[in-house]
Write a protein that binds this ligand. Structure first.
Ligand code: SDX
Length: 430
């Protein structure tokens, strides 16, 4: 952890005639925090903050978000620069190791990813046991934790080599498992990874090559996939990263922690939103005859549980910078591929209606990363139920980096929030 913390003095909390002094500090981007670690011991009181909207769980060197302005940086590099100039493999290395790889490090990392790209043949047979309609996020989570049964020798995370092996195994094998799950779902024979192909090209080849078509990776699609995975690579203490760290804080291994994070990401309020955006747009065409005004009214109606998927964010109170890149990419990829998808026009109409409506502006609700990414995946030929899997493949390095930082945190403790009990006071059975 870099020592960029600045002491800002103290804050006072006075209650019931007693005043306690709490330290205040700021991080490298001038974010300020009150250190309440002594609160309960000195006052018997705890803080109350459902959803942890105002609660910092750690200090971190990895990712910085300014939600008011719409800034996202991985290890100090702006997301727009990374998406424009880097490969996903380089960004994965950056998040895990803290700096972009030089030429030799890039080569070694890529070779490691390739040498760990195969699943154990016994794991390959797991897919035969799943029903064709199994959601690939369930399969992916099961495959992640199953890796710990095939590589138990890596349990000792104090050995750096074990960590490097685990990192490349997860980044590479989860990509393979995702493609295998897709092939199983459509009844096609699986396609093995190939050492001659780079990370994204390998995935596309495993997804779309068949015994009867000599699939050639379209460079437009490979470039778009690199950018999309970079956009998803980390997002500080989001729900799924917090789950990965919570599970890891109990001493569970990295594979088990990642498996739990995949399940958290699956939720429609989190990574699952990219699938639900497409399903929402399709329903608008079928059920609402494309009537955007009616959809907007439903989203604003407190008596209607309907929410606009891909809109709103816990941290971004401005346009999600990733959504800006995703929107540009979506138009570029569809144009280059000659795809004319009516859902894109509907999405743009919906976005314009959101941006023009005070209900959303007054609540700082803007399109988030999930609003346009699914439309690009769709143009690339990736099926809707694989969209959250794509999010998980992109987020893998971020989860791993956050887990490693949690493991190395000298102040790290097992995660265990408190509560205020409101149930029955003591009563007797008799
Ligand atoms: C991701 O945290 C991360 O960093 C996540 C992520 C990442 O990279 O890891 O960025 C990825 O999960 C993006 C978000 C994907 N989810 C969706 O698109 C689902 C739709 N969005 C919402 O459900 C919601 O906006 C959340 C879950 C994203 C955020 O929820 P919050 O922060 O708890 O906000 P809230 O539910 O308290 O909403 C505040 C107000 C409420 O109205 P009031 O009670 O003030 O009148 O805004 C309203 C909400 O009803 N609101 C919406 C809305 N989202 C919030 N109203 C209509 N449609 C919506 N989408």
């Amino acid at each position: 952890m870099s020592d960029t913390i600045k002491d800002l003095g103290t804050a006072e909390l006075t209650f019931d005639g007693k005043t306690i002094i709490l330290p205040v500090f700021e991080g490298s981007e001038k974010e300020k925090a009150v250190d309440i670690r002594a609160l309960r011991k000195e006052t018997g009181m705890i803080t109350y903050d459902p959803g942890f909207m105002n609660t910092g769980c750690c200090k971190s060197d990895i990712t910085y978000i300014d939600g008011e302005v719409g800034i996202l940086r991985y290890r100090g590099y702006d997301i727009n620069e990374l998406a424009e100039n880097c490969e996903f493999v380089d960004v994965a290395y950056l998040l895990v190791h803290g700096s972009l790889p030089n030429k030799q490090q890039h080569t070694e990392f890529s070779e490691n990813l390739n040498s760990h790209s195969l699943l154990h043949e016994d794991m390959r047979h797991f897919f035969d046991a799943y029903p064709d309609h199994a959601h690939p996020m369930a399969t992916l989570s099961a495959m992640a934790v199953s890796l710990s049964t095939f590589y138990p020798e890596l349990e000792d995370s104090s050995i750096q080599e074990n960590i490097d092996f685990k990192v490349t195994r997860l980044l590479s094998k989860m990509r393979t498992a995702a493609a295998f799950a897709y092939k199983k779902s459509i009844g096609h024979p699986i396609v093995y990874p190939h050492h001659n192909l780079k990370y994204c090209e390998n995935f596309l080849n495993m997804m779309f090559r068949t015994p009867v078509n000599d699939y050639q990776v379209d460079p437009v699609v490979a470039t778009a996939l690199n950018k999309l995975l970079i956009l998803h690579a980390d997002h500080e203490q989001n729900c799924s990263a917090s789950v990965v760290k919570m599970v890891g804080s109990a001493g569970a291994n990295l594979y088990a922690s990642i498996s739990a994070g995949i399940c958290a990401l699956w939720g429609p309020l989190h990574g699952g939103a990219n699938q639900h955006v497409i399903e929402m747009l399709e329903r608008i065409i079928v059920e609402d005859d494309g009537d955007v005004k009616r959809v907007i009214e439903r989203a604003k109606d407190k008596n209607d549980p309907f929410r606009l998927m891909g809109v709103g964010h816990r941290v971004y109170k401005s346009y999600d910078p990733r959504a800006k890149v995703a929107k540009r990419m979506c138009k570029d990829v569809l144009a280059k591929m000659g795809v004319d998808d009516p859902l894109v026009e509907l999405a743009q109409e919906l976005e314009e209606a959101v941006l023009a409506d005070d209900y959303f502006a007054s609540r700082s609700l803007y399109p988030n990363i999930d609003f346009y990414t699914g439309l690009t995946y769709r143009a690339m030929g990736i099926p809707t139920d694989m969209f959250t899997v794509m999010f998980a493949i992109g987020r893998m390095p971020g989860w791993i980096a956050q887990w490693l930082e949690m493991r190395d945190d000298p102040h790290g403790r097992i995660g265990r929030p408190r509560q205020i009990y409101t149930g029955p006071t003591q009563r007797s059975v008799n």
